[in-house]
Write a protein that binds this ligand. Structure first.
Ligand code: SAH
Ligand code: SF4
Length: 374
C-alpha cells in the first residue's frame, strides 16, 4: 500500500441520527445533554457542514467533536438541469451505489422527489426502476441527505420561514418506501422536526405500490399524506402491472385506504394512475375507478406513461387521457393530469436511474475498448 495515502476517514456522520441517538453520542463523549439542541440547530437549521463553524460551541469542544464526527452529504456524481428548471442529482453513496433525487419548481411550490432504496425489489412492468437488479435500502442519513443537498443547491439555509423553493417532499423516487419503513420514518421525523428542516407532515407525501400491512403504521407514526400507485381497476390487470397485487389485492388495499389515519376531505389520498395506451385507459375503466373509490376521500393523479428504452408500453393518446379525466372529474374527484417534468434529463416519473445505467453501459464499452487497445 502507498504509505502516502491518507488513512480512511472513520469518523461518524452526525446526519441521520435521531435526537435520542445524538444524545447517546454526546453522553458517551462526556458532553452535556443541551449540546444536542445546539448541534441540531447547526446541522438542520443552519445547514453547516464544518464543525469549526459552529461558533456557539467552545473551540475545544468543536475540536473534540471534529475528531470523532463529520456532518456529511451524499456525493454528487452529476447534476443536471432541465430546460423547464427541473434539477436532478445523481448521488454516489459510500459504497458507490447511485440514486437519484429530483427538484421540480412550480409557480407556487417546489417539490423534491426523494428516493428510498437503490432500485426496487418490485417489478411493476411499466417502471424502469423496477428493472434494476441491485437493490438495497437507503439509510436514514442517505434519505435526509437528499433534502440537505437540495437545500445546499437552492441556497436555503438557514431554514426559511416563507418563500421557500423547497416546500414539498414526495417519496416518489426510486424504491418502495414501505419496504424500508424504519429508515424512512427516522428520516422523515428529522425532516419534520420544528427546530430543524421543519417541513410539515402536510407537505410530505409517501407513495406506495400498496404494502397493505404497513399503511396504517405510516399514518399513525408519521401522519404524512398517502399516495397509492393504483394503475388498474381489476385484480387481473393489476396482478400484471403491479405484481405485489397478488399478495395484497385491490379489496384489501382499498380497505386500508378507507381506514387510513388522518385521511379526510381536506386531506385526501392520492391515487396515481399511469395512462397506458389500450391497456388501462378506457372509459369503462374510468367508470370502474369511480366505483372503487366510493367512500374514500380521494383524488386521482393521471400520469401519462413516460417511456424508457425497451419499455413494453406506449403513452395513452391525449384524447383518451382527456376522456378518462372527464369521467373521473364528473364524479366529483379532482383528476389532474401530471405534466411530465424534466423529460430531457430523464427525471420524469418512472425514468429514474436509466440515465446512470446508460452511462454505466457506455463507460463499460469504453473500458472494454481501452482494454483491447494495446
Ligand atoms: N415505489 C413507490 C414509489 C415510487 S413513486 C410506488 O410505486 O408508489 C413513482 C410513481 O411513478 C409511481 O406511482 C409509479 O407507479 C409511477 N411510475 C413508474 N414508472 C412510470 C412510468 N414509466 N411512467 C409514468 N409513471 C411511472
Ligand atoms: Fe418499485 Fe414503485 Fe417502480 Fe413498482 S412503481 S417497480 S414499486 S418503484
Amino acid at each position: 500500500m502507498d504509505s502516502a495515502a491518507p488513512a480512511p476517514d472513520t469518523r461518524k456522520d452526525l446526519v441521520g441520527l435521531s435526537r435520542e441517538e445524538l444524545l447517546a453520542e454526546m453522553t458517551a463523549m462526556g458532553a452535556e445533554p443541551f449540546r444536542v439542541r445546539q448541534l441540531w440547530h447547526w446541522i438542520y437549521n443552519r445547514g453547516v457542514t464544518d464543525i469549526a463553524a459552529m461558533t456557539t460551541l467552545s473551540k475545544p469542544f468543536r475540536a473534540a467533536l471534529a475528531e470523532r464526527y463529520v456532518v456529511g452529504r451524499p456525493g454528487v456524481a452529476r447534476a443536471l438541469t432541465s430546460v423547464d428548471g427541473t434539477r436532478k442529482w445523481l448521488l454516489r453513496l459510500g459504497d458507490a451505489q447511485e440514486v437519484e433525487c429530483v427538484h421540480i419548481p412550480e409557480e407556487d411550490r417546489g417539490t423534491l422527489c426523494v428516493s428510498s432504496q437503490v432500485g426496487c425489489t418490485l417489478n411493476c412492468t411499466f417502471c424502469h426502476t423496477g428493472t434494476q437488479r441491485l437493490v438495497r435500502n437507503l439509510t436514514a442519513a442517505e434519505i435526509v441527505g437528499q433534502v440537505m443537498l437540495a437545500r445546499d443547491a437552492l441556497g436555503e439555509w438557514p431554514s426559511p420561514q416563507d418563500d421557500r423553493q423547497l416546500t414539498n417532499i414526495v417519496l416518489m423516487g426510486m424504491g418502495e418506501p414501505l419496504y424500508n419503513f424504519d429508515n424512512v420514518a427516522q428520516a422523515l421525523k428529522i425532516v419534520m422536526d420544528h427546530e430543524g428542516l421543519s417541513l410539515s407532515r402536510r407537505k410530505i407525501t409517501l407513495s406506495t405500490s400498496g404494502i397493505v400491512p404497513m399503511i396504517r403504521r405510516c399514518g399513525e407514526e408519521l401522519g404524512v399524506n398517502l399516495a397509492i400507485s393504483l394503475h388498474a381497476v381489476t385484480d387481473a390487470l393489476r396482478d400484471v402491472l403491479v405484481p405485489i397485487n397478488r399478495k395484497y389485492p385491490l379489496a384489501e388495499l382499498l380497505d386500508a385506504c378507507r381506514t387510513y389515519p388522518g385521511a379526510s376531505n381536506a386531506r385526501r389520498i392520492t391515487f396515481e394512475y399511469v395512462m397506458l395506451k389500450d391497456v388501462n385507459d378506457s372509459p369503462a375503466e374510468a367508470r370502474e375507478l369511480v366505483r372503487l373509490l366510493a367512500g374514500i376521500p380521494a383524488k386521482v393523479n393521471l400520469i401519462p406513461f413516460n417511456p424508457w428504452p425497451g419499455a413494453p408500453y406506449e403513452r395513452s393518446t391525449a384524447a383518451a387521457i382527456k376522456a378518462f379525466s372527464d369521467i373521473v372529474n364528473a364524479a366529483g374527484y379532482s383528476s389532474p393530469v401530471r405534466t411530465p417534468r424534466g423529460e430531457d434529463i430523464m427525471a420524469a416519473c418512472g425514468q429514474l436511474k436509466s440515465a446512470s445505467v446508460k452511462r454505466r453501459r457506455s463507460e463499460l464499452l469504453k473500458d472494454e475498448a481501452a482494454a483491447q487497445t494495446p
